[in-house]
Design a protein around this ligand. Structure first.
Ligand SMILES: [Zn+2]
Length: 86
């Protein structure tokens, strides 16, 4: 007489991934490159260096934008071509 002994295996406990109440880290917003007057100055040895030329027409205080081969004043539109270096 065959003994039919069914051993019921205990239900395997499913491993549940432990969810921690962690705050989802927000992807850091890339800071927009700020442009301002501070980017036009550089302090070196307690001296202020102006990184842009100023407009000859408008006078000091009016910086000219660097356009590669030329500088342009956004105030009066004056354009000065860069001198060929060497
Ligand atoms: Zn100007």
């Amino acid at each position: 007489m065959p003994k039919n002994s069914e051993e019921e295996a205990p239900p395997k406990e499913e491993e549940k991934p432990v969810e921690k109440p962690e705050k989802a880290e927000k992807p850091q917003k890339r800071k927009k490159e700020e442009k301002g007057v501070f980017s036009l100055y550089k302090i070196e040895n307690d001296k202020i260096l102006r990184l842009r030329p100023t407009c000859e027409r408008c006078g000091p205080g009016y910086f000219m934008a660097d356009h590669g081969n030329r500088y342009t004043c956004g105030h009066c539109g004056f354009t000065r071509y860069k001198l060929a270096e060497k």
